[in-house]
Design a binder for this molecule. Structure first.
Ligand SMILES: Cc1cc2nc3c(=O)[nH]c(=O)nc-3n(C[C@H](O)[C@H](O)[C@H](O)COP(=O)(O)OP(=O)(O)OC[C@H]3O[C@@H](n4cnc5c(N)ncnc54)[C@H](O)[C@@H]3O)c2cc1C
Length: 491
């Protein structure tokens, strides 16, 4: 069984260079996932000097671990938006998702990107009687916008459901092939640097100085497309968002050539799509907590996969996305004092469409073009749902913040982890399979939350905002952008 996503093997990447990097550019895009690369794409012919940096490899962040459904049918989103906002907002969000699908189609056709883009039907369904009314409500809303919606009691493969609806004109693709296709086009026109980590954004008079691990980059505009912005202020993103993790398994499966996507609207997630001979199944989604329950979820998702599809998973991975408190992404300006600092985040697990539309919105802002979604996604918005959910989130995080289990006089075993306290500070100690000791700071550098050891992947994970570190403390995933490596020897 491979412990990485199905997409990672199939697309070749270039070698990373390690040169020092000091430069001035007009637009600096931090992050080369679907959001950053799409923003660069819409700017590449503007004659403005554009630079993209990524702390690791282009496309190898959350985008390479997605299930890559290109879809406007997103669970019960439209009724949620009607409730949180109003009918107009819900429709505008729908339009943005349809437009994003159209943009990807146009880019793929124009640039001749071979990324297995395929049109298919999509289903949302419930496995519970109480979910029927929600499905019907979503149907009613979509039909109100002249969409053709069918009802079903079965999916095209054997997978028991109670009730569902089906729509057309949705797509699936290979996310890494798509990003690599964009990269090939972009490389001819703009600068792309991998292995460059942005550490700090320092506002100057009419530009920004961005400190990176390889030097300083000065830019008039900075687009923060690094999934989760690494700073807290401006924008206060941590209080407007929370993280959900999901487990994905894939295996060869005889689906008789039927291609479709399906996702449940129940509290238990079931997400299905196909890629060539493979079925890709996402499940066991949960909000991050300081309990190590996700380790059980990993195993649970694998045994569910075996039970449902009578197959051992060939690929198994987990991924996390940022959820906004009011169900709309945060895209645009985050600080009136610095209108050229732009962000795109909180795609609510629909970043293929939202990362694409973010690219269009942000590039239009930089090119001073009108865009009808500016207000919809405005990251500075405040509303009742946002405030109530921020308070719930704060209560949740405060528990995580103060809880640490300290092992007194521990006996150290191989492949075990301990929290120890030395001179009032907590450290995480992991003894690997060979008895080698790996010691890290137990607090996340982002907002000082206590870390949790993820026994499945042997990583230290932040239960508040999703940062992840390897056993030696190197950052795997942000928002943290500093390591938790420590060098001292305890007695
Ligand atoms: C299990 C799962 C399934 C999903 N399935 C779907 C789906 O079917 N359809 C859909 O629409 N969406 C889906 N999503 C959501 C979607 O995958 C994400 O929203 C999207 O990939 C986010 O793209 P991004 O470009 O914002 O982030 P990323 O792809 O993570 O790109 C950000 C980049 O920034 C870089 N970076 C980070 N910090 C720094 C720094 N300090 N300096 C420099 N670079 C930095 C990273 O290395 C990374 O490459 C899914 C999410 C999950 C969790």
């Amino acid at each position: 069984m491979e412990n990485h996503s199905i997409w990672e093997l199939s697309a070749k990447q270039d070698k990373i260079t390690e040169k020092k990097l000091e430069k001035t550019t007009e637009v600096l895009i931090i992050g080369g996932g679907i959001t950053g690369m799409t923003t660069a794409y819409f700017l590449m012919n503007s004659k403005k000097p554009i630079t993209v940096i990524d702390k690791s490899r282009i496309g190898m962040g959350v985008t390479v671990k997605t299930t890559a459904k290109l879809n406007y049918l997103q669970g019960d989103i439209y009724q949620k938006l009607e409730k949180n906002f109003d009918k107009k907002t819900s429709k505008l969000y729908f339009d943005s998702q349809v437009e994003a699908i159209d943009l990807v189609n146009k880019i793929v056709a124009k640039e001749k990107i071979d990324c297995d883009l395929e049109k298919c039907d999509s289903f949302i369904f419930t496995k519970e009687k109480k979910g029927i009314s929600k499905i019907d409500k979503e149907k009613e809303i979509l039909e109100g916008w002249d969409m053709k919606v069918g009802t079903v009691e079965n999916l095209p493969i054997h997978f028991p459901i109670e009730y569902g609806i089906v729509t057309k004109d949705t797509y699936t693709f290979h996310p890494l092939k798509y990003i690599n296709g964009l990269k090939k086009v972009l490389e001819k026109k703009i600068d792309i640097f991998e292995n460059v980590m942005a550490l700090e954004i320092i506002p100057k008079n009419d530009y920004f100085s961005v400190k990176t691990n390889r030097g300083i980059i000065d830019a008039k505009y900075v687009v923060v497309a690094c999934h989760y912005p690494f700073f807290i202020i401006p924008g206060w993103i941590p209080i407007k968002t929370y993280i959900k993790r999901e487990y994905v398994n894939a295996s060869q499966y005889n689906h008789e050539g039927k291609n479709f996507t399906a996702i449940s609207i129940d509290s238990t997630l079931h997400s299905i799509r196909f890629y060539k001979d493979y079925i890709i199944y996402g499940s066991n989604q949960h909000r991050l907590t300081n309990k190590i329950e996700y380790q059980d979820n990993y195993q649970q998702s694998q045994s569910d996969f075996k039970r449902l599809f009578s197959k051992e998973p060939e690929y198994t991975w987990m991924n996390q996305d940022i959820m906004s408190n009011d169900d709309l992404p945060l895209i645009g300006m985050i600080d009136k004092k610095h209108p050229n600092l732009l962000v795109a985040t909180a795609f609510n697990a629909w970043g293929m469409t939202n990362g694409t539309i973010a690219g269009k919105v942000l590039s239009d802002m930089i090119l001073e073009k009108e865009n009808r979604y500016l207000k919809l996604f405005n990251p500075m918005r405040m509303n009742k749902t946002n405030i109530v959910n921020s308070l719930i989130g704060a209560m949740h995080y405060s528990k995580v913040y103060f809880q640490t289990t300290v092992k007194k006089n521990p006996v150290f075993y191989n492949d075990h982890v301990y929290i120890i306290k030395i001179n009032g500070k907590y450290y995480g100690v992991y003894y690997d399979y060979y008895g080698k000791k790996h010691i890290v700071d137990h607090k996340c550098p982002h907002m000082k939350c206590n870390l949790v050891f993820n026994d499945e992947e042997k990583t230290w994970d932040c239960p508040c905002h999703g940062s992840r570190f390897d056993i030696d403390g190197n950052v795997i995933e942000g928002p943290a952008n500093y390591s938790i490596h420590v060098t001292f020897e305890e007695n």
